[in-house]
Design a protein around this ligand. Sequence first.
Ligand code: NAP
Length: 318
Amino acid sequence: MTPVYDRVALIGLGLIASSMFHAIRRAGLADEVTGYTRTQATRDTARRIGLCDRVCDSAAEAVAGADLVVLCVPVGAMGAVAAEIAPHLAPGATLSDVGSVKRAVIDAVGPHVPGGVHFVPAHPLAGTEHSGPESGFAELFDNRWCLLVPPPGTAPEPVARLRAFWEALGSHVETMEPDHHDLVLAVTSHAPHLIAYTMVGVADDLGRVTDSEVIKYSAAGFRDFTRIAASDPTMWRDVFLTNKDATLEILGRFTEELFALQRAIRTGDGDHLFDYFTRTREIRRGIIEAGQDTDAPDFGRASAQRGPEPDPAGRGDG
Ligand code: NAP
């Protein structure tokens, strides 16, 4: 494939950046990929495993001459990183990110973007519970959505080019308005993660059970919760702190529904429970029909048997 960019700079070298590097290489999307991350230890790991053509010792060096710069750090760190690299961005370059929350990233990064640099925030809806430079794999974005959230007035050409880039990484691409993005993600990802964290926390509070039966008999439901609740604490802390309003709105609705189900159980209202579960089952069918998951009955178990390598069927997202 013809390269979409001459030089791509990845700032932050964790799961998403390392997966991007492998997918860029797979499709031949850039002549050179540079990388930078704040700690020497992670830079050493990246060099050892051959992540990026060049791992730089400063962000300035990594972004110099790049025509695409992608911020792949936790949402709460985006503003500081943008301030650090801004004076070194090449005129005409596109600055993007992969943060799981978009309004907060636009507010934090936008003011630092120099004139002549195109800012096109993005969010690939793909991830796993693993993190760090060794956790990435080229297939992560295959058949997943990537949402582009260009601020009003962004020139069409850089948006079209970034779209072509993400499509070549394997994704379906759509553009979205930032507040709508944050609400959609609060429903599909952020609130479910919080619920998983809570459920695992509740089980852990029942210490005597955790020691034995919860782990021994952890069947698919709870096991899936533990996988989600193993996701990176820094990333998820930042998601909740920066997508506060939308997450609280969804959690409010969730609590109301939970109370209604609780009452149905207490009063023996089987019709309510049956109708509710019938409706939710339809949603699962819709997700499978849309190709966003498989209906394999061993969902979530194949990776447990094979070991820690990424299991495409067990992917989550941020
Ligand atoms: P990750 O594997 O934990 O890697 C995080 C990277 O950010 C590391 O290179 C780390 O550097 C760097 N970093 C951490 N704190 C920093 C700080 N305060 N300042 C500067 N750099 C910092 O994370 P990831 O899963 O790739 O996530 C990266 C971004 O993608 C996040 O914004 C997240 O919301 C988004 N995202 C994640 C997923 C997912 O499921 N994981 C999905 C979609 C989008 P050192 O190692 O050098 O400390």
